[in-house]
Design a protein around this ligand. Structure first.
Ligand code: ZN
Length: 165
């Protein structure tokens, strides 16, 4: 039986239906669990609101990996709401003039796709919503950092050596 539903959460300034994402996250979840889609939606909303999920509820996912499910959902929401907006802003002519160089940066725990781009110069045309396609980390903290010409030259002289800027 297919269960169709909807569960709209407020995420920053966006309303987003997380039901399809919760359904998919439960389907691909590598950990055993006994959560329904509705329960996972509730828990995801509580996390997005900054509320703490009790340990006994976290334990309903094998290895207390409830966070894997929740972050898989919230990463997708972030990617489809916040990122298109942020990228549009990064492409605005005034900002491009002030900070023409963009660096891909990561923090610990990023996936191999993100790690392979660490420190790379990214053209405006290449900007993609994060997490990247193929990301398999539930807590990837990759990001873009915009540099002025002077700062780019200090931080990454090799970009200029290679002549690709
Ligand atoms: Zn990643």
């Amino acid at each position: 039986m297919t269960s169709l539903g909807s569960y709209v959460i407020r995420f920053q300034s966006w309303d987003y239906d997380i039901w399809p994402l919760a359904t998919e996250a439960l389907r691909v979840c590598p950990y055993k669990h006994d959560l329904s889609v509705g329960e996972l939606c509730d828990l995801t909303r509580q996390t997005a609101e900054g509320r703490y999920i009790k340990v006994d509820i976290q334990a309903r996912v094998e290895g207390s990996n409830l966070g894997w499910l929740i972050h898989t959902i919230l990463n997708r929401v972030h990617r489809e709401t916040y990122w298109p907006d942020r990228i549009a802003k990064m492409k605005e002519p005034d900002l491009c003039r002030m900070t023409p160089y963009i660096e891909f940066i990561i923090e610990d725990g990023c996936c191999s796709v993100a790690s392979s781009l660490h420190g790379r110069w990214i053209s405006h045309a290449e900007l993609a919503p994060l997490p990247l396609d193929g990301c398999n980390s539930d807590h990837c903290r990759c990001d873009y950092r915009c540099h002025s010409h002077r700062r780019a030259l200090q931080a990454h002289p090799e970009w200029f050596d290679r002549g690709h800027v």
